[in-house]
Design a protein around this ligand. Structure first.
Ligand SMILES: C[S@@+](CC[C@H](N)C(=O)[O-])C[C@H]1O[C@@H](n2cnc3c(N)ncnc32)[C@H](O)[C@@H]1O
Length: 235
C-alpha cells in the first residue's frame, strides 16, 4: 500500500496485443521499466498475426458499407485473446486503445495499477471491427483527442503512466506520490522545480527555496501548485 492509501501491486501483468511487438523493444529496455519487471511486474506481447485464423497471416479486411482503408478483424482479435488465455479466462480489464475512448488521466493510471492483469489491444489501419469494443473489450481508452497510426505508442504511454506507480519502478518511490494531478496535490499540477546554479544569466531561483525553512518551502510549493491549477482551469 502506498502512503496515499492506494493498493498497487508489484505483480501486475500487462499483456499487449499488437502487430508490431518489436516496437516495444526500446520501451522494455528502459531503466524504470526494467526496475518494475525486476520487482515482479510482467510485460508480455502477443502478435495477432501468430494466431490469426485467416490464411497467409491475414488480419485485416475491407469495411462493410465501403469506404477507405481496412479494419482489424474481430475473429483475429478473438483468436489472439483465446490463444493467450484459453480456459483461464481473459483478464478483468481488456483495454481497447482508440481515439474515441475514455481519456487517460492520473486517476485511470492509478486504477489500472491496482489491477492484477490488464490486456491492451492495439488497433491499426482504419481501426478495429466495432464488435471488439462491444463484446471483447471492457474499456476503450484514448491517450488524447488526436489520431495516431496505431495503438502501439498509446499502449506505451499508458503502460509508462501505470508502471511508474508500481513499487520498485522509480529510484525514489516518493517521486510517484506527489506528482502532477495526484491525490497528494489535490489533482493540481506539480509546483516548479529549480536546481543549481542558484543564479544563471540573472535568472534567479526563488529566495524561499534557498532559505532552509522547510515549512515556508512547503507552503510556497503548495501555493504554486494551487495557483497553476487555478490558471489551467481559467484557460
Ligand atoms: C489510424 S487509427 C484509427 C483512427 C480511426 N479511423 C478514427 O478516426 O478514430 C488506428 C489505431 O490507432 C490507435 N489510436 C490512434 N489514435 C489513438 C489515440 N488517440 N488513443 C489511443 N489509441 C489511438 C487505435 O488503436 C486505432 O485503432
Amino acid at each position: 500500500m502506498d502512503p496515499s492509501g492506494a493498493c498497487w501491486s508489484s505483480s501486475l501483468k500487462i499483456d499487449v496485443f499488437t502487430l508490431f511487438p518489436e516496437w516495444f523493444d526500446w520501451f522494455a529496455g528502459q531503466r524504470h521499466v526494467r526496475n518494475a519487471l525486476d520487482a515482479g511486474t510482467e510485460l508480455r506481447f502477443f502478435n495477432y498475426r501468430d494466431t490469426t485464423p485467416m490464411g497467409g497471416g491475414q488480419v485485416d479486411d475491407a469495411p462493410y458499407g465501403g469506404g477507405a482503408g481496412m479494419g482489424l478483424r474481430v475473429d483475429v482479435v478473438d483468436a489472439a485473446l483465446s490463444a493467450a488465455y484459453g480456459d483461464i479466462g481473459t483478464p478483468g480489464r481488456v483495454l481497447l486503445l482508440a481515439p474515441s475512448g475514455r481519456q487517460l488521466d492520473d486517476a485511470l493510471a492509478s486504477e489500472l495499477a491496482a489491477e492484477p492483469q490488464v490486456a491492451l489491444l492495439c488497433g491499426r489501419y482504419e481501426g478495429v471491427d466495432e464488435r471488439v469494443r462491444e463484446h471483447l473489450a471492457t474499456d476503450t481508452i484514448s491517450i488524447g483527442p488526436y489520431v495516431l497510426s496505431g495503438g502501439e505508442l498509446a499502449a506505451m504511454v499508458l503502460a509508462d503512466a501505470v508502471l511508474r506507480k508500481l513499487p520498485g519502478a522509480l529510484g525514489h518511490a516518493e517521486s510517484a506520490i506527489e506528482e502532477s494531478f495526484s491525490p497528494a496535490l489535490g489533482g493540481a499540477p506539480e509546483y516548479p522545480h529549480y536546481t543549481r546554479p542558484a543564479s544563471y544569466r540573472g535568472w534567479e531561483v526563488p529566495e524561499v527555496l534557498l532559505s532552509g525553512d522547510h515549512a515556508r518551502v512547503r507552503e510556497w510549493r503548495l501555493e504554486q501548485s494551487r495557483s497553476q491549477h487555478a490558471g489551467s482551469r481559467d484557460g
